[in-house]
Design a protein around this ligand. Structure first.
Ligand code: SF4
Ligand code: SF4
Length: 380
């Protein structure tokens, strides 16, 4: 397993995480098999947004004395009033459900307390006005949560929540189809209509959001990596080609700031399939076949696909481009961590011999040689 550090915290998450949604409604034997398989595979992060007591208790029981081995994303505001999934922005209800989450799991702390479903301006206003952000801060102050997170499908509202400065981690829906969805469209509404959508290019607001996270040390965990399974089917994918799980996971993991993809599983076999990404070859992970049809619109912009490799002097071109993109967000305030990461590379932009091999291979006409020079100038 590989691990990536969560922003400012001292916690590192496995790049493949477990989305527990599909365990809801399953008998304990299924929950136990899946959770134990995840632990066996060294998965150490679980998203647990479901408000139901039974599934929470089953997960707590399956974890047993391995509780300390996992990072739990627990959601503040996920409720099942009237016995159906819902959300609440009422402080007392949020508190009651969050306390009940710990009780159900048999724990006295939650690793990441998530501000749940920040998809609308109204939700953002309510968590401020109703004291829910203050509640999360208080939980963190008391050590009941180790980090504050948020979950969202909307890049514009997510950015507002992140700009409060309180968030360490954001769970966001990322896949090539959603990334090409304009921000004014709700990806959850368009899930059913992905096929009908006009795909033009990667939405700049989403792209900026990921770069902003990297700049601010806010980790991203990914939901909807497979677009609800549609991207895995040529019939249902908007691209009319089936992606493989490895391609979808690799696409998510190569966005800036992403630390983990939360893959929904309900058997040991599904956990093993998700983790098999780690053994996939570069060719098997390569998602270029899917997005290359949009290369005109993406012209000049690096999508971090690594199609330009190999570089004769071994520059990790995608990574240098990623650091450069973040530095260019504000050249007067380049995050020290980006400078540090860049300067710890054994070969970097200044080693470019301008052979041009990469530019010949890049499907998006990225001016790599110029970018390497710019990176050397700005980041060294
Ligand atoms: S420079 Fe081109 S080929 Fe290389 S990672 Fe960026 S987009 Fe991909
Ligand atoms: S132009 Fe520079 S970055 Fe590109 S392949 Fe040649 S040496 Fe590597």
């Amino acid at each position: 397993m590989e691990y990536r550090k969560i922003g400012h915290t001292s916690i590192s998450a496995s790049i493949i995480g477990l989305g527990a949604e599909h365990l809801d409604g399953q008998p304990y034997s299924v929950v136990e098999e899946t959770v134990h398989a995840a632990l066996e595979q060294q998965i150490n992060i679980i998203d647990l947004f479901m408000p139901g007591e039974e599934v929470r208790q089953n997960i707590g029981k399956a974890l047993g004395n391995r509780r300390k081995d996992v990072i739990i994303q627990g959601h503040i505001g996920s409720v099942d009033l009237n016995e159906k999934y819902d959300m609440s922005r009422d402080l007392n209800i949020c508190k009651a459900y969050f306390e009940r989450l710990m009780k159900n799991l048999g724990t006295d702390y939650i690793d990441v307390g998530m501000l749940f479903f920040m998809d609308s301006d109204e939700a953002f206003e309510q968590i401020q006005a109703n004291g829910i952000i203050d509640y999360a801060l208080e939980l963190k102050e008391k050590g009941i949560i180790r980090a504050i997170g948020t979950s969202s499908h909307n890049p514009r509202v997510a950015r507002k929540v992140l700009e409060t400065g309180v968030v360490d981690l954001m769970m966001f829906s990322i896949n090539p189809a959603f990334d090409m969805t304009p921000p004014e469209k709700d990806v959850l509404d368009t899930m059913e209509e992905l096929e009908k959508q006009q795909y033009v290019t990667i939405d700049p607001l989403r792209n900026e959001l990921y770069k902003y996270c990297e700049q601010q040390h806010i980790a991203i965990t990914v939901m909807k990596t497979f677009g609800g399974g549609r991207l895995l089917s040529a019939e249902h994918s908007p691209f009319k080609k089936a992606m493989t799980p490895a391609q979808c996971i690799h696409y998510a993991l190569t966005r800036p700031a992403v630390v983990s993809t939360m893959i929904g599983c309900q058997s040991a076999q599904q956990v093993e399939e998700a983790v098999s990404y780690l053994n996939a070859t570069a060719e098997e992970r390569d998602y270029m076949d899917i997005i290359s049809d949009y290369q005109g619109a993406l012209s000049g912009k690096c999508v971090y696909c690594n199609h330009c490799q190999p570089c004769p002097v071994n520059i990790d071109i995608a990574l240098v481009n990623k650091y450069l993109d973040i530095a260019l967000l504000d050249t007067d305030k380049i995050p020290p961590s980006i400078l540090q990461h860049y300067n710890s590379l054994s070969v970097s932009g200044s080693d470019c011999i301008a052979c041009g091999n990469c530019e010949d291979k890049c499907p998006f006409s990225v001016p790599v040689i110029k970018n390497m020079e710019r990176a050397a100038e700005l980041l060294r």
